[in-house]
Design a protein around this ligand. Structure first.
Ligand SMILES: [Zn+2]
Length: 450
């Protein structure tokens, strides 16, 4: 197995401290040892300038939304034109074109320091809802795309049965549906059988939302997650209309409906969790359900600002997602958690940079079924994300405040080197696959039907 030493000018080590001169020994895909206080790079070690972080986890992604960036902002970019664009892209893709779009999107993530993606996958079937010859052809395309781009993937296979509560799927939405949760489970089991032996792929379950899965179908999905000990992710209370519709039918909030049907708990992630009551916050926190906030998407879609700190204090670990990929930059997501809360409360000081980095790294990975990633410790996945401290955004930063400068001022562009699972995927800001901008341009044009 390949053994290699990396020397980090500065490294972010547990429990959230910046340490100078750290040698990270890597054997194969894992960290073998960590030695702090080494003033100069040892002979043969790869030098990593700036601040080296563990791998970032993008805990909520819809890869195909990358094709909508920009065009959804035309005119004044209302929600209906956004939805129309989304269905337009979803209508065009097939396993080959989805593979190309996802590979380019995941490569953009790798350039931003992301070493693991939680892909919330519901574009399963061919137009009209007809299964492909292999009913998981689209899922396989996403896994291959992640591997080629150098990311681990949690493929969160989403059950999506109705357009709204009691409203059948129509048009492009037919591609999302399996008919009922029993048939969804059969297809998801097949995915599990294929990828269970692989340590770089986790197959998880997902409930699109209480709008898209009738309450009586939920226990099958919860049972799948518990039986196989895999993650279960679900959109929860992203917008007020979702809550209103749910209360009308069930006389309960989305979080309550999910809790009553066995979906919440330490394997579960509630995505967004924007519009919650105090009861909902207690329910999510006391059940140790993760909460994935996606601030750049939530502001893009005018969702609102969720009670992230209250959820954290109640017992929910917070994770981050770029979701619709309006931008792909986890530093932007991380600082928005604090900065949005400042705007809402007219008060500073809700989160430390270390807590936000924890959300971007270890918590995110754990929520995706990779509890052995997102931290620089022996035995963990060998993910090393190095951020420049000499760019125009970060220059002037001393070692003591390097993590604060990175969280509050760096952008994805400042990531200059990414080692992911022992593979050196990004060097000097360039991905091993080559010109990712050109790959994106081609794949996005194809997905838009141009
Ligand atoms: Zn989403």
């Amino acid at each position: 197995m390949l053994e290699l030493n990396y020397w980090c000018e500065l490294a972010w080590l547990p429990p959230g401290e910046v340490v100078a001169g750290v040698v990270v020994g890597v054997t194969g895909s894992r960290i073998s040892d960590i030695t702090p206080g080494v003033a100069r790079p040892p002979t043969g070690a790869v030098r990593l300038a700036g601040l080296t972080l563990p791998g970032l986890a993008n805990a909520h992604s819809h890869a195909f939304h990358r094709a909508m960036r920009g065009v959804t902002e035309r005119e004044k970019g209302d929600l209906w034109s956004w939805r129309e664009r989304m269905y337009g892209v979803a209508a065009v893709l097939d396993p080959d074109s989805y593979h190309r779009l996802a590979r380019a999107t995941f490569a953009e993530m790798a350039l931003a320091g992301i070493t693991c993606v939680g892909e919330f996958h519901h574009l399963h079937h061919a137009p009209g809802g007809r299964p492909y010859d292999d009913p998981n052809a689209m899922g396989h395309a996403l896994v291959e795309a992640a591997r080629e781009a150098g990311l681990r993937i949690a493929l969160l296979d989403a059950c999506y049965l109705t357009s709204g509560i009691g409203v059948p799927l129509t048009g492009t939405q037919l591609r999302f549906g399996d008919g009922d949760s029993g048939r969804w489970a059969v297809r998801a089991e097949e995915l599990l059988d294929v990828y269970r032996p692989a340590d770089d792929v986790e197959i998880g379950a997902a409930v699109h939302s209480v709008n898209a899965v009738p309450a009586e179908q939920l226990p099958v999905i919860g049972a799948f997650s518990h039986h196989h000990a895999v993650p279960l992710h679900t959109h929860v209370s992203e917008q007020r209309t979702e809550n209103a519709g749910c209360v009308e039918v069930y006389a309960a909030s989305p979080a309550q409906v999910l809790g009553d049907h066995g979906a919440l708990g330490p394997r579960c992630t509630a995505v967004h969790a924007t519009h919650l009551s105090d009861v909902d916050i207690a329910l999510l926190g006391q059940s140790s359900t993760y909460v994935c906030v996606c601030p750049t998407t939530e502001r893009d879609l005018a969702d609102g600002v969720g009670p992230a700190r209250a959820l954290f204090d109640a017992g929910s670990q917070v994770t981050l997602g770029s979701d619709s990929h309006a931008v792909i930059d986890l530093f932007e997501e991380a600082r928005a958690v604090e900065l949005d809360e400042r705007l809402v409360t007219e008060r500073r000081g809700h989160w430390t940079a270390a807590e936000l980095l924890q959300a971007a790294t270890a918590s995110g990975h754990a929520s995706l079924g990779f509890p052995d990633a997102g931290m620089l410790v022996p035995g963990a996945w060998a993910d090393l994300v190095s951020v420049r401290l000499d760019s125009v955004r970060t220059a002037g930063t001393a070692g003591d405040d390097a993590s604060e400068a990175v969280v509050f001022a760096a952008t994805a562009t400042d990531v200059h080197s990414v080692v992911s699972g022992g593979r050196h995927m990004v060097r000097e800001g360039r991905h091993v696959l080559g010109d990712v901008g050109a790959m994106l341009a081609e794949a996005v044009a194809e997905a838009r039907g141009e």
